[in-house]
Design a protein around this ligand. Structure first.
Ligand SMILES: *Cc1c(COP(=O)(O)O)cnc(C)c1O
Length: 430
């Protein structure tokens, strides 16, 4: 038995399903999850000593590559001064200033420890500020696992839940809570207009992934986001852009800079922790003033703004501001996607791919999908075979047909070429 298998059997004794987050479990693709021992640059090594080119990057955070020497150094310098105080630090001001500089729609920011906390807190703030209950989200978007947001959600829920059922998409979410969440189709402008017309003055917030990355990758149309902005403004509803995945990943200024959309609130995570648990939400100063200790919306966290997480995040944010960083990242990601499309075509496999900055989507269907319904029409059996062929060849893709992929600055030409070589064989075997 391989060491990965041994560890998986042992893990299942004390950890539900053997994993601490569902998509790690390989349940949709089958097989044994790899237990990772270490990672460096674009590579990860598992418990059997096998090396993989990593296209998950901890689901987004590792944008400068694993164990970047400058991030390691920042952590070393921080750790000697202890790791948590439960009192404010100067580094928290610095990271807040940095975030507000990079995303000018964020006039003030509050640090939290996970994307889930960021979206959950932003929703409470939007509800507290507007005095309204109703929220609108979109099918296939994942905003963490707060009760209000586990309604037709993406990510692991899309992989595992029965998506034919209507809200909620997890057991344990009271219908009384889910009823305040309206779920509309992604990229459907007409439906959004109808919803606002029908619920005038009732919508607290619209929350959206401006580039969806939890139902594979699906871009929002410019019209869709613009309509959302206009409708929210006209109705006094808050527009929350969930940039936990896209923030600092699709562009230095996030998806909001690509689309030229100014949200009322933004949620960040993943890259801003550089691989440590940090996330944030922020936006208009008048809205943020409703938050405790200034206002009546309560929100708190023992480890919020944790010194180690802030050090890793701040160093990562500095590294990605080097001139040309995102252009180079986008070019490498594009090279990978174009290469895969060409190989699939040569092998006669129905396949398409899309990229936005350092994020990519691979689809086992002829056309790039524009909606949740289109994404679900991909050939998941073909994806699963491709996934395992790639894994056997030392390329670690997300173990689900419904997740986006991530490239880091450490994925140089040689790494992309090695990936494409593995893909040539993998497509050939389909
Ligand atoms: C990952 C993610 C979250 C949740 O973040 P966690 O840190 O896993 O709680 C929320 N929204 C989006 C868009 C995400 O990609």
């Amino acid at each position: 038995m391989s060491r990965n298998q041994q560890l998986f059997e042992r893990a299942q004794q004390t950890i539900p399903g053997g994993v601490n987050s569902p998509v790690r479990a390989f349940r949709s693709v089958g097989g044994t999850p790899r237990f990772i021992e270490r990672a460096s640059g674009p590579y990860m090594w598992d418990a059997d000593g096998t090396r993989y080119i990593d296209y998950i990057g901890s689901w987004g955070p590792m944008i400068v590559g694993h164990a970047h020497p400058e991030v390691v150094q920042a952590l070393r310098e921080t750790v000697d001064r202890s790791f948590s105080f439960g009192a404010p630090t100067e580094a928290e001001i610095t990271i807040a200033e940095e975030i507000c500089k990079l995303m000018p729609s964020m006039e003030q920011v509050r640090m939290v420890s996970s994307g889930t906390e960021a979206t959950m807190s932003a929703l409470r703030l939007a509800r507290g500020f507007t005095g309204r209950d109703l929220i609108i989200k979109f099918e296939g978007c994942y905003h963490g696992h707060a009760d209000s947001l586990l309604v037709k959600a993406g990510s692991g829920l899309l992989t595992f839940a029965d998506t034919t059922k209507n809200a909620p998409s997890s057991a344990g979410v009271p219908a009384d809570i889910a009823k305040h969440t309206m779920v509309l189709e992604y990229n459907n402008v007409e439906q959004l207009k109808e919803a606002f017309a029908k619920h005038r003055g009732e919508v607290a917030a619209v929350i959206v992934e401006p580039v969806a990355g939890n139902m594979n990758l699906v871009r929002a149309s410019q019209d869709f986001l613009q309509a959302m902005r206009d409708l929210c403004t006209a109705d006094g509803a808050m527009l929350i852009l969930d940039e936990v995945m896209t923030g600092f990943r699709v562009a230095l200024g996030g998806a909001q800079s690509l689309y030229g959309i100014r949200p009322d609130l933004t949620c960040l995570g993943k890259v801003i922790g550089g691989g440590l648990p940090a996330a944030a939400f922020g936006g208009r100063r008048d809205i943020m003033a409703a938050l405790a200790p200034l206002g009546g919306v309560y929100q708190a966290g023992t480890l919020s703004g944790n010194p180690l997480a802030v050090a890793a995040g701040l160093t990562t944010l500095r590294l990605i501001q080097k001139p040309g960083f995102h252009d180079a990242l986008a070019a490498q990601t594009r090279k990978l996607a174009d290469g895969l499309v060409a190989l699939a075509q040569a092998a006669g496999v129905p396949f398409s791919a899309d990229t936005v900055g350092g994020m990519f989507g691979l689809y086992f269907r002829a056309e790039v999908p524009r909606s949740f319904a289109e994404v679900t029409q991909s050939d998941t059996a073909a994806f699963n075979r491709f996934f395992h062929a790639m894994l056997d060849a030392g390329v670690y893709l997300a173990p689900s047909a419904f997740e986006a992929g991530f490239v880091s600055a450490a994925h140089d030409d040689a790494v992309i070429a090695a990936t494409l070589e593995a893909a040539r064989t993998a497509f050939g075997k389909l």
